[in-house]
Write a protein that binds this ligand. Structure first.
Ligand code: NZQ
Ligand code: ZN
Length: 395
Protein backbone atom coordinates (compact mmCIF):
# COMPACT_ATOMS: atom_id res chain seq x y z
CA UNK A 1 0.00 0.00 0.00
CA UNK A 2 1.18 3.48 -0.81
CA UNK A 3 -1.07 6.46 -0.21
CA UNK A 4 -1.76 9.94 1.05
CA UNK A 5 -4.94 10.58 2.97
CA UNK A 6 -6.56 13.72 4.29
CA UNK A 7 -10.21 14.36 5.05
CA UNK A 8 -10.50 17.90 6.41
CA UNK A 9 -14.25 17.89 7.13
CA UNK A 10 -14.92 18.51 10.80
CA UNK A 11 -17.60 16.21 12.19
CA UNK A 12 -20.16 17.34 14.75
CA UNK A 13 -21.92 14.03 15.29
CA UNK A 14 -24.73 12.93 17.56
CA UNK A 15 -28.42 13.22 18.35
CA UNK A 16 -29.50 16.77 19.14
CA UNK A 17 -26.65 18.55 17.35
CA UNK A 18 -28.93 20.40 14.93
CA UNK A 19 -29.24 23.08 17.62
CA UNK A 20 -25.54 23.86 17.14
CA UNK A 21 -25.93 24.62 13.43
CA UNK A 22 -26.09 28.40 13.80
CA UNK A 23 -22.94 28.61 15.91
CA UNK A 24 -21.07 26.38 13.48
CA UNK A 25 -22.20 28.34 10.40
CA UNK A 26 -21.36 31.68 12.02
CA UNK A 27 -17.70 30.64 12.05
CA UNK A 28 -17.74 30.72 8.24
CA UNK A 29 -20.11 33.44 7.16
CA UNK A 30 -22.83 35.96 7.92
CA UNK A 31 -25.33 35.15 5.20
CA UNK A 32 -26.11 31.58 4.24
CA UNK A 33 -27.63 30.07 1.14
CA UNK A 34 -29.87 27.45 2.78
CA UNK A 35 -30.28 24.65 0.24
CA UNK A 36 -33.16 22.16 0.61
CA UNK A 37 -34.96 19.51 -1.43
CA UNK A 38 -38.58 18.91 -2.29
CA UNK A 39 -40.07 19.72 1.10
CA UNK A 40 -39.36 16.83 3.49
CA UNK A 41 -37.44 19.12 5.85
CA UNK A 42 -40.41 21.47 6.03
CA UNK A 43 -42.89 18.68 6.74
CA UNK A 44 -40.68 17.18 9.45
CA UNK A 45 -40.03 20.47 11.25
CA UNK A 46 -36.27 20.16 10.68
CA UNK A 47 -36.26 23.31 8.56
CA UNK A 48 -37.80 25.39 11.36
CA UNK A 49 -35.29 24.09 13.87
CA UNK A 50 -32.40 24.86 11.54
CA UNK A 51 -33.72 28.37 10.95
CA UNK A 52 -34.17 28.92 14.68
CA UNK A 53 -30.55 27.94 15.28
CA UNK A 54 -29.25 30.18 12.46
CA UNK A 55 -31.26 33.14 13.76
CA UNK A 56 -30.10 32.61 17.33
CA UNK A 57 -26.52 32.82 16.09
CA UNK A 58 -27.23 35.98 14.07
CA UNK A 59 -26.78 34.27 10.69
CA UNK A 60 -28.98 35.65 7.91
CA UNK A 61 -30.15 33.26 5.23
CA UNK A 62 -31.79 33.05 1.86
CA UNK A 63 -33.38 29.85 0.66
CA UNK A 64 -32.75 27.71 -2.41
CA UNK A 65 -35.42 25.01 -2.24
CA UNK A 66 -36.56 22.38 -4.71
CA UNK A 67 -33.32 20.48 -5.34
CA UNK A 68 -34.57 17.28 -6.93
CA UNK A 69 -33.40 13.70 -6.24
CA UNK A 70 -30.69 13.10 -8.86
CA UNK A 71 -29.95 16.84 -8.72
CA UNK A 72 -29.84 18.73 -11.97
CA UNK A 73 -27.26 21.10 -13.31
CA UNK A 74 -30.01 23.68 -13.90
CA UNK A 75 -30.72 23.64 -10.15
CA UNK A 76 -27.03 24.14 -9.46
CA UNK A 77 -27.00 27.15 -11.78
CA UNK A 78 -30.14 28.52 -10.11
CA UNK A 79 -28.59 28.13 -6.64
CA UNK A 80 -25.37 29.83 -7.71
CA UNK A 81 -27.33 32.73 -9.17
CA UNK A 82 -29.24 33.22 -5.91
CA UNK A 83 -26.02 33.05 -3.88
CA UNK A 84 -24.35 35.62 -6.12
CA UNK A 85 -27.29 38.02 -6.26
CA UNK A 86 -27.91 37.81 -2.53
CA UNK A 87 -24.24 38.05 -1.56
CA UNK A 88 -24.16 34.78 0.38
CA UNK A 89 -20.82 33.88 1.92
CA UNK A 90 -21.56 30.35 3.15
CA UNK A 91 -23.71 27.44 1.94
CA UNK A 92 -25.80 25.25 4.25
CA UNK A 93 -26.97 21.95 2.75
CA UNK A 94 -30.01 20.65 4.63
CA UNK A 95 -31.16 17.39 3.06
CA UNK A 96 -30.09 14.11 1.50
CA UNK A 97 -27.21 13.37 -0.82
CA UNK A 98 -28.88 15.23 -3.66
CA UNK A 99 -29.09 18.48 -1.69
CA UNK A 100 -25.55 18.08 -0.39
CA UNK A 101 -24.12 17.30 -3.83
CA UNK A 102 -25.91 20.24 -5.42
CA UNK A 103 -24.68 22.49 -2.61
CA UNK A 104 -21.07 21.53 -3.14
CA UNK A 105 -21.21 22.35 -6.82
CA UNK A 106 -23.16 25.56 -6.10
CA UNK A 107 -20.32 26.56 -3.75
CA UNK A 108 -17.86 26.54 -6.64
CA UNK A 109 -20.32 27.69 -9.31
CA UNK A 110 -21.10 30.85 -7.33
CA UNK A 111 -17.54 32.03 -7.88
CA UNK A 112 -17.29 30.89 -11.51
CA UNK A 113 -18.58 32.84 -14.51
CA UNK A 114 -18.74 29.85 -16.85
CA UNK A 115 -21.23 26.99 -17.22
CA UNK A 116 -21.04 24.80 -14.09
CA UNK A 117 -21.46 21.69 -16.28
CA UNK A 118 -17.84 22.31 -17.36
CA UNK A 119 -16.80 21.08 -13.90
CA UNK A 120 -18.56 17.72 -14.20
CA UNK A 121 -16.71 14.87 -15.96
CA UNK A 122 -18.76 14.02 -19.03
CA UNK A 123 -16.20 13.08 -21.63
CA UNK A 124 -15.19 16.65 -22.51
CA UNK A 125 -11.58 17.26 -23.46
CA UNK A 126 -10.85 19.73 -20.70
CA UNK A 127 -12.68 19.41 -17.42
CA UNK A 128 -12.77 22.78 -15.67
CA UNK A 129 -11.25 22.39 -12.20
CA UNK A 130 -12.46 25.13 -9.85
CA UNK A 131 -9.94 26.53 -7.40
CA UNK A 132 -12.23 28.67 -5.23
CA UNK A 133 -15.54 27.89 -3.55
CA UNK A 134 -17.72 29.21 -0.74
CA UNK A 135 -17.51 27.23 2.51
CA UNK A 136 -20.14 24.49 2.84
CA UNK A 137 -21.75 23.14 6.02
CA UNK A 138 -23.68 19.91 5.46
CA UNK A 139 -26.62 18.69 7.55
CA UNK A 140 -27.65 15.25 6.24
CA UNK A 141 -31.27 14.21 6.72
CA UNK A 142 -30.73 10.76 5.19
CA UNK A 143 -28.11 8.14 6.04
CA UNK A 144 -26.90 7.02 2.64
CA UNK A 145 -24.32 8.68 0.44
CA UNK A 146 -21.70 9.91 2.90
CA UNK A 147 -21.70 13.10 0.85
CA UNK A 148 -21.72 15.08 4.11
CA UNK A 149 -18.00 14.51 4.60
CA UNK A 150 -16.54 13.65 1.22
CA UNK A 151 -15.45 15.77 -1.73
CA UNK A 152 -17.62 14.20 -4.40
CA UNK A 153 -20.84 15.33 -6.02
CA UNK A 154 -23.01 13.68 -8.66
CA UNK A 155 -25.06 15.88 -10.97
CA UNK A 156 -27.43 15.16 -13.85
CA UNK A 157 -27.67 17.07 -17.10
CA UNK A 158 -31.29 16.50 -18.02
CA UNK A 159 -30.81 17.81 -21.55
CA UNK A 160 -28.06 15.39 -22.50
CA UNK A 161 -29.16 12.51 -20.22
CA UNK A 162 -25.79 12.33 -18.51
CA UNK A 163 -25.29 11.83 -14.80
CA UNK A 164 -21.71 12.21 -13.68
CA UNK A 165 -19.40 13.45 -10.99
CA UNK A 166 -16.89 15.96 -9.73
CA UNK A 167 -14.47 14.91 -7.03
CA UNK A 168 -11.85 17.41 -5.89
CA UNK A 169 -10.47 18.30 -2.44
CA UNK A 170 -11.83 21.86 -2.76
CA UNK A 171 -15.34 20.46 -2.29
CA UNK A 172 -14.85 18.90 1.12
CA UNK A 173 -17.46 20.51 3.36
CA UNK A 174 -15.95 22.57 6.16
CA UNK A 175 -18.21 20.93 8.73
CA UNK A 176 -20.77 18.13 8.74
CA UNK A 177 -23.40 18.60 11.44
CA UNK A 178 -24.71 15.04 11.64
CA UNK A 179 -27.76 14.63 13.86
CA UNK A 180 -29.20 11.12 13.46
CA UNK A 181 -32.50 12.29 15.00
CA UNK A 182 -33.15 13.99 11.65
CA UNK A 183 -33.46 10.56 10.06
CA UNK A 184 -36.18 9.10 12.29
CA UNK A 185 -38.88 10.21 9.86
CA UNK A 186 -37.19 8.77 6.76
CA UNK A 187 -39.65 6.33 5.13
CA UNK A 188 -38.81 2.64 4.94
CA UNK A 189 -37.89 2.58 1.28
CA UNK A 190 -35.40 5.44 1.59
CA UNK A 191 -33.99 3.93 4.78
CA UNK A 192 -33.42 0.63 2.97
CA UNK A 193 -31.88 2.37 -0.04
CA UNK A 194 -29.49 4.17 2.28
CA UNK A 195 -28.39 0.86 3.78
CA UNK A 196 -27.87 -0.59 0.30
CA UNK A 197 -25.95 2.49 -0.87
CA UNK A 198 -23.60 2.51 2.09
CA UNK A 199 -22.87 -1.22 1.78
CA UNK A 200 -22.21 -0.84 -1.94
CA UNK A 201 -19.75 1.97 -1.25
CA UNK A 202 -17.85 -0.54 0.83
CA UNK A 203 -18.13 -3.58 -1.45
CA UNK A 204 -16.87 -1.55 -4.40
CA UNK A 205 -13.60 -0.76 -2.62
CA UNK A 206 -13.38 -4.21 -1.03
CA UNK A 207 -13.94 -6.14 -4.25
CA UNK A 208 -12.29 -3.83 -6.78
CA UNK A 209 -9.25 -2.86 -4.73
CA UNK A 210 -5.71 -4.20 -4.86
CA UNK A 211 -4.71 -7.40 -3.04
CA UNK A 212 -3.21 -7.49 0.44
CA UNK A 213 -5.20 -4.83 2.27
CA UNK A 214 -5.98 -6.78 5.47
CA UNK A 215 -6.65 -3.74 7.64
CA UNK A 216 -9.03 -2.22 5.10
CA UNK A 217 -10.73 -5.60 4.66
CA UNK A 218 -11.49 -5.90 8.36
CA UNK A 219 -12.75 -2.29 8.51
CA UNK A 220 -14.97 -3.00 5.52
CA UNK A 221 -16.36 -6.26 6.87
CA UNK A 222 -16.99 -4.63 10.27
CA UNK A 223 -18.99 -1.76 8.82
CA UNK A 224 -20.96 -4.06 6.50
CA UNK A 225 -21.83 -6.32 9.45
CA UNK A 226 -22.81 -3.32 11.53
CA UNK A 227 -25.08 -1.97 8.80
CA UNK A 228 -26.65 -5.42 8.36
CA UNK A 229 -27.27 -5.67 12.09
CA UNK A 230 -28.57 -2.16 12.80
CA UNK A 231 -30.22 -1.40 9.46
CA UNK A 232 -33.05 -3.89 9.99
CA UNK A 233 -33.53 -2.48 13.52
CA UNK A 234 -34.02 1.00 12.07
CA UNK A 235 -36.50 -0.46 9.59
CA UNK A 236 -38.40 -2.39 12.24
CA UNK A 237 -38.59 0.60 14.56
CA UNK A 238 -38.01 3.85 12.65
CA UNK A 239 -37.83 5.95 15.81
CA UNK A 240 -35.08 3.79 17.35
CA UNK A 241 -32.52 6.59 17.61
CA UNK A 242 -29.70 4.21 18.56
CA UNK A 243 -30.29 2.24 15.35
CA UNK A 244 -30.40 5.49 13.37
CA UNK A 245 -27.10 6.53 14.98
CA UNK A 246 -25.36 3.31 13.97
CA UNK A 247 -26.70 3.41 10.42
CA UNK A 248 -25.74 7.05 9.99
CA UNK A 249 -22.23 6.56 11.29
CA UNK A 250 -21.86 3.51 9.03
CA UNK A 251 -22.98 5.56 6.03
CA UNK A 252 -20.56 8.34 6.86
CA UNK A 253 -17.49 6.14 7.29
CA UNK A 254 -18.44 4.08 4.24
CA UNK A 255 -17.55 6.98 1.96
CA UNK A 256 -15.44 9.51 3.82
CA UNK A 257 -12.37 7.96 2.22
CA UNK A 258 -11.13 6.00 5.21
CA UNK A 259 -12.24 2.55 4.05
CA UNK A 260 -10.93 3.25 0.55
CA UNK A 261 -7.45 4.34 1.68
CA UNK A 262 -4.74 2.46 -0.19
CA UNK A 263 -7.13 0.20 -2.10
CA UNK A 264 -6.90 2.15 -5.41
CA UNK A 265 -10.35 0.87 -6.22
CA UNK A 266 -12.41 2.12 -9.14
CA UNK A 267 -16.22 2.08 -8.69
CA UNK A 268 -17.63 0.27 -11.75
CA UNK A 269 -21.03 -0.53 -10.23
CA UNK A 270 -21.56 3.13 -9.39
CA UNK A 271 -20.48 4.23 -12.85
CA UNK A 272 -22.95 1.84 -14.49
CA UNK A 273 -25.75 2.81 -12.10
CA UNK A 274 -25.31 6.53 -12.66
CA UNK A 275 -25.87 5.99 -16.37
CA UNK A 276 -29.01 3.94 -15.72
CA UNK A 277 -30.42 6.57 -13.37
CA UNK A 278 -29.60 9.30 -15.91
CA UNK A 279 -32.11 7.63 -18.26
CA UNK A 280 -34.77 6.56 -15.78
CA UNK A 281 -34.41 9.01 -12.87
CA UNK A 282 -34.58 6.06 -10.44
CA UNK A 283 -33.33 6.19 -6.88
CA UNK A 284 -29.56 5.66 -6.95
CA UNK A 285 -29.53 2.71 -4.54
CA UNK A 286 -32.46 1.00 -6.22
CA UNK A 287 -30.21 0.81 -9.26
CA UNK A 288 -27.28 -0.36 -7.14
CA UNK A 289 -29.23 -3.15 -5.51
CA UNK A 290 -30.09 -4.49 -8.96
CA UNK A 291 -26.67 -4.10 -10.57
CA UNK A 292 -24.33 -4.93 -7.68
CA UNK A 293 -25.25 -8.62 -7.10
CA UNK A 294 -25.33 -9.18 -10.88
CA UNK A 295 -21.91 -7.60 -11.23
CA UNK A 296 -20.58 -9.61 -8.28
CA UNK A 297 -21.62 -12.89 -9.92
CA UNK A 298 -19.77 -11.86 -13.07
CA UNK A 299 -16.67 -10.64 -11.23
CA UNK A 300 -16.44 -13.56 -8.78
CA UNK A 301 -15.30 -15.83 -11.58
CA UNK A 302 -12.00 -13.97 -11.89
CA UNK A 303 -11.49 -12.70 -8.33
CA UNK A 304 -12.81 -15.75 -6.49
CA UNK A 305 -10.64 -15.65 -3.38
CA UNK A 306 -11.93 -12.23 -2.35
CA UNK A 307 -15.54 -13.29 -2.77
CA UNK A 308 -14.84 -16.43 -0.74
CA UNK A 309 -13.46 -14.21 2.01
CA UNK A 310 -16.61 -12.08 1.81
CA UNK A 311 -18.81 -15.19 2.02
CA UNK A 312 -16.91 -16.59 4.98
CA UNK A 313 -16.41 -13.45 7.02
CA UNK A 314 -19.67 -11.62 6.35
CA UNK A 315 -22.04 -14.57 6.04
CA UNK A 316 -20.23 -17.23 8.05
CA UNK A 317 -20.08 -19.71 5.14
CA UNK A 318 -17.39 -22.37 5.00
CA UNK A 319 -15.34 -22.72 1.80
CA UNK A 320 -13.22 -25.52 0.44
CA UNK A 321 -10.25 -23.23 -0.14
CA UNK A 322 -9.91 -19.83 -1.85
CA UNK A 323 -10.97 -21.16 -5.27
CA UNK A 324 -14.37 -22.37 -4.09
CA UNK A 325 -16.59 -20.54 -6.57
CA UNK A 326 -19.72 -22.23 -5.21
CA UNK A 327 -19.06 -20.72 -1.81
CA UNK A 328 -18.31 -17.32 -3.41
CA UNK A 329 -21.63 -17.45 -5.27
CA UNK A 330 -23.49 -18.61 -2.17
CA UNK A 331 -22.18 -15.52 -0.36
CA UNK A 332 -23.52 -13.32 -3.16
CA UNK A 333 -26.89 -15.10 -2.94
CA UNK A 334 -26.98 -14.37 0.79
CA UNK A 335 -26.14 -10.72 0.12
CA UNK A 336 -28.92 -10.47 -2.44
CA UNK A 337 -31.35 -12.10 0.01
CA UNK A 338 -30.43 -9.45 2.56
CA UNK A 339 -31.20 -6.70 0.03
CA UNK A 340 -34.55 -8.30 -0.72
CA UNK A 341 -35.30 -8.70 2.97
CA UNK A 342 -35.01 -4.96 3.51
CA UNK A 343 -37.23 -4.24 0.52
CA UNK A 344 -34.74 -3.34 -2.21
CA UNK A 345 -35.41 -4.40 -5.82
CA UNK A 346 -32.96 -6.91 -7.31
CA UNK A 347 -34.00 -6.97 -10.96
CA UNK A 348 -34.78 -4.30 -13.55
CA UNK A 349 -38.27 -5.62 -14.25
CA UNK A 350 -39.29 -4.64 -10.71
CA UNK A 351 -38.76 -1.02 -11.80
CA UNK A 352 -40.40 -1.56 -15.19
CA UNK A 353 -37.05 -1.27 -16.99
CA UNK A 354 -36.53 -3.53 -20.04
CA UNK A 355 -33.41 -4.45 -22.00
CA UNK A 356 -33.83 -1.88 -24.80
CA UNK A 357 -31.07 0.46 -23.63
CA UNK A 358 -28.55 -1.96 -22.13
CA UNK A 359 -25.95 -1.29 -24.80
CA UNK A 360 -26.57 2.44 -24.56
CA UNK A 361 -25.95 2.42 -20.79
CA UNK A 362 -22.71 0.51 -21.36
CA UNK A 363 -21.45 2.84 -24.07
CA UNK A 364 -22.45 5.95 -22.13
CA UNK A 365 -20.67 4.66 -19.03
CA UNK A 366 -17.46 4.37 -21.05
CA UNK A 367 -17.80 7.98 -22.19
CA UNK A 368 -17.35 8.99 -18.56
CA UNK A 369 -14.75 6.49 -17.34
CA UNK A 370 -12.63 4.27 -19.55
CA UNK A 371 -9.14 2.81 -19.70
CA UNK A 372 -8.75 4.36 -23.15
CA UNK A 373 -9.15 0.94 -24.77
CA UNK A 374 -12.91 0.61 -24.46
CA UNK A 375 -13.07 -0.95 -20.99
CA UNK A 376 -14.52 0.16 -17.69
CA UNK A 377 -11.86 -0.11 -14.93
CA UNK A 378 -12.58 -2.52 -12.08
CA UNK A 379 -11.86 -6.12 -11.16
CA UNK A 380 -12.20 -7.30 -13.86
CA UNK A 381 -12.17 -4.53 -16.47
CA UNK A 382 -15.48 -4.61 -18.34
CA UNK A 383 -16.11 -4.31 -22.07
CA UNK A 384 -19.44 -3.15 -23.49
CA UNK A 385 -20.37 -6.82 -24.00
CA UNK A 386 -19.50 -7.63 -20.37
CA UNK A 387 -21.66 -4.79 -19.09
CA UNK A 388 -24.55 -5.86 -21.30
CA UNK A 389 -24.19 -9.41 -19.97
CA UNK A 390 -24.31 -8.09 -16.40
CA UNK A 391 -27.37 -5.92 -17.09
CA UNK A 392 -29.08 -8.83 -18.86
CA UNK A 393 -28.50 -11.17 -15.93
CA UNK A 394 -30.39 -8.68 -13.75
CA UNK A 395 -33.34 -8.32 -16.09
O1 NZQ B 1 -36.34 16.19 -1.62
P1 NZQ B 1 -36.90 15.93 -0.27
O2 NZQ B 1 -38.28 16.42 -0.09
O3 NZQ B 1 -35.98 16.36 0.83
O4 NZQ B 1 -37.09 14.32 -0.13
C1 NZQ B 1 -36.02 13.42 -0.20
C2 NZQ B 1 -36.02 12.64 -1.53
O5 NZQ B 1 -37.30 12.52 -2.05
C3 NZQ B 1 -36.23 12.33 0.81
N1 NZQ B 1 -35.71 12.67 2.14
C4 NZQ B 1 -34.51 13.16 2.48
N2 NZQ B 1 -34.42 13.30 3.81
C5 NZQ B 1 -35.60 12.92 4.32
C6 NZQ B 1 -36.43 12.52 3.27
N3 NZQ B 1 -37.69 12.09 3.46
C7 NZQ B 1 -38.15 12.05 4.73
N4 NZQ B 1 -37.41 12.41 5.79
C8 NZQ B 1 -36.14 12.86 5.65
N5 NZQ B 1 -35.40 13.16 6.72
O6 NZQ B 1 -35.52 11.22 0.29
C9 NZQ B 1 -35.55 11.27 -1.13
C10 NZQ B 1 -34.16 10.96 -1.68
O7 NZQ B 1 -33.27 12.00 -1.34
P2 NZQ B 1 -31.82 12.05 -2.00
O8 NZQ B 1 -31.08 13.17 -1.41
O9 NZQ B 1 -31.93 11.99 -3.49
O10 NZQ B 1 -31.19 10.63 -1.53
P3 NZQ B 1 -29.72 10.20 -1.24
O11 NZQ B 1 -29.21 10.74 0.03
O12 NZQ B 1 -29.73 8.74 -1.40
O13 NZQ B 1 -28.86 10.88 -2.40
C11 NZQ B 1 -28.85 10.34 -3.70
C12 NZQ B 1 -27.99 11.18 -4.62
O14 NZQ B 1 -26.62 11.18 -4.19
C13 NZQ B 1 -25.78 10.68 -5.25
C14 NZQ B 1 -26.71 9.77 -6.01
O15 NZQ B 1 -26.24 9.45 -7.29
C15 NZQ B 1 -27.99 10.58 -6.01
O16 NZQ B 1 -27.94 11.58 -7.00
N6 NZQ B 1 -24.57 10.09 -4.69
C16 NZQ B 1 -23.67 10.92 -4.13
C17 NZQ B 1 -22.48 10.46 -3.61
C18 NZQ B 1 -21.49 11.36 -3.00
N7 NZQ B 1 -21.63 12.65 -3.09
O17 NZQ B 1 -20.53 10.90 -2.40
C19 NZQ B 1 -22.12 9.06 -3.66
C20 NZQ B 1 -23.27 8.16 -3.93
O18 NZQ B 1 -22.77 6.95 -4.41
C21 NZQ B 1 -24.28 8.70 -4.88
O19 NZQ B 1 -23.90 8.50 -6.22
ZN1 ZN C 1 -23.71 5.28 -3.92
Amino acid sequence: MNFEFQNPTRLVFGAGNLSRLGDVVSEYGKKALLVTGGGSVKRSGVFDKAVESLKAAGVEFVECSGIEPNPRITSVARGAEIARTEGCDVIVALGGGSVMDASKVISAATLYDGDPWNMIHHGQENVYVPTVALPVVTVPTLAATGSESNCGAVITNEETTVKSFIQIPLLYPKVAVVDPELTVGVPKDQTAYGICDLITHITEAYLNGIDNTPVQDRFAEGVILTAMEWGPKALANPSDVEARVQVQWSALVALNGWLQVGTDAPYPVHMMEHTVSAYHDITHAAGLSIINPAWMRFAAKSNTAKYVQFAERVFGLKANGPDDLDCALAGIDRFEEFLKSIGCPTCFSELGIGDELFETYAKDTLKIVSDGKGNLPGRPFLSVEDMVEIFRSAL
